[in-house]
Design a protein around this ligand. Structure first.
Ligand SMILES: NC(=O)c1ccc[n+]([C@@H]2O[C@H](COP(=O)([O-])OP(=O)(O)OC[C@H]3O[C@@H](n4cnc5c(N)ncnc54)[C@H](O)[C@@H]3O)[C@@H](O)[C@H]2O)c1
Ligand SMILES: [Zn+2]
Length: 360
């Protein structure tokens, strides 16, 4: 078992990473409270619930579970209300722990329910997708979607512990694994320290879920994310570097109505476009932009913008996003692999050119 620390003063916590941790999670949660409400969904409950619940019993925790409907379309206030209702009905007090047991959808709902119940109770995150293990369970962003936009309702609420059992990933559909791999490649691109080279050596093993490779990749990803979060917890600046590839990625998701492209696939295309913009604006050597594209392709992720997605539509979506955030179109660009910054003076014609260069 390996662990990484997120150092945020009184809000510090451990991320526990390893195979077979579900059974031990009860003991880890019990350090933070005597009673827990597990928030999960039917699939995760059915596939992996027994291993977690046995450990909760063994640790002497009083616990119940709320099983939410599956899917991003249920990341809404109705699901948060289901968790709140269970907490109120059960008479949970301020000393309780809410346990988010599932992918990013469940984790974001559980975190927000915990952040708002009695003005805030603890949340333990037990992420069960690769994306949740390397990204959403760490850093304290919680929330739900509004009919008018994704993640519009939410708050920052750090977990008290994160338990990433990599053995649960064995049941994950390959397409979901790939979404996590895209975020892992993102960390490789933005962080110094040789993680990109590690991925160049091991990307096939990572996609094939070789345990040692996965444990190592989850650990390094969490370390990178934790360091960024510690430097800028509430995203007033630097934390935005975690959005490498996401400017165009989000635009692709928007123009395709969040139906045709999974987040990781859209981000992979977005990283290719960002690599080209990095060449144009920040002096990223062409051979390093090519290495990024090559790694994306070796993972089985798309690195090119499909012909049916029009440049004009993408630009419009980025402009809209910019207005919603009352700012500029922001890109995270690289000067080399592992060195990045936030760039706000990218022109429409540069974006257009970069998209066209990355056409299928
Ligand atoms: N809070 C953050 O910082 C942050 C960061 C990134 C993403 N997110 C959010 O995370 C969400 C995406 O998370 P996700 O990719 O984990 O999606 P998800 O939670 O929808 O999970 C994907 C699918 O896998 C299933 N599943 C989960 N664990 C499984 C397992 N072990 N075996 C088999 N199936 C399993 C789920 O039921 C679901 O159908 C989005 O809502 C996004 O906004 C949040
Ligand atoms: Zn992402």
């Amino acid at each position: 078992m390996i662990r990484e620390r997120v150092d945020l003063g009184s809000r510090s916590y451990w991320i526990e990473i390893g195979a077979g941790l579900l059974e031990k999670a009860g003991g880890m949660i019990a350090r933070h409270g005597a009673r827990t409400l597990v928030v999960t969904n039917r699939r995760v409950d059915r596939l992996h619930g027994q291993r977690l619940y046995g450990g909760l019993d063994k640790a002497g925790l009083r616990w119940e579970k709320v099983i939410l409907p599956e899917g991003e379309e249920h990341k809404n206030m109705a699901s948060v209300a289901r968790a709140h209702d269970a907490l109120v009905r059960g008479g949970y007090d301020r000393g309780c722990v809410v346990t988010g047991f599932g992918g990013g959808v469940v984790g974001d709902i559980a975190g927000f329910a915990a952040a708002t119940y009695m003005r805030g109770v603890k949340v333990a995150q037990i992420p069960t997708t690769l994306l949740a293990q390397v990204d959403s369970s760490v850093g304290g962003k919680t929330g739900v979607n509004h009919p008018k936009g994704k993640n519009l309702i939410g708050s920052f609420h750090q977990p008290c512990v994160v338990v990433a059992d990599i053995s649960v990933l064995d049941t994950l559909p390959a397409a979901e694994t790939l979404c996590g791999v895209a975020e892992v490649i993102k960390y490789g691109a933005i962080a110094p320290g040789g993680f990109f080279q590690f991925l160049e050596k091991n990307v096939e093993r990572l996609c094939g879920l070789a345990p040692k490779t996965v444990a190592s990749a989850v650990r390094t990803s969490c370390r990178i994310k934790a360091d960024v979060v510690v430097s800028d917890e509430q995203e007033s600046g630097r934390r935005a570097i975690l959005n490498f590839g996401h400017t165009v990625g989000h635009a692709i998701e928007t123009v395709t109505g969040y139906k045709q492209y999974r987040h990781g696939h859209a981000v992979a295309i977005g990283m290719s476009v960002a690599a080209t913009l990095s060449e144009m604006k920040c002096g990223l050597p062409a051979k390093d932009a090519a290495r990024i594209r090559r790694l994306i392709q070796r993972a089985g992720l798309p690195a090119q913008v499909p012909a049916r997605i029009k440049t004009g539509a993408l630009l419009k979506a980025m402009e809209h996003d910019k207005k919603a955030k009352a700012g500029r179109i922001r890109f995270v660009l690289l000067s080399s692999i592992g060195e990045c910054g936030i760039v706000e003076d990218v022109t429409t014609s540069q974006i257009t050119e970069a998209i066209e260069i990355n056409r299928l």
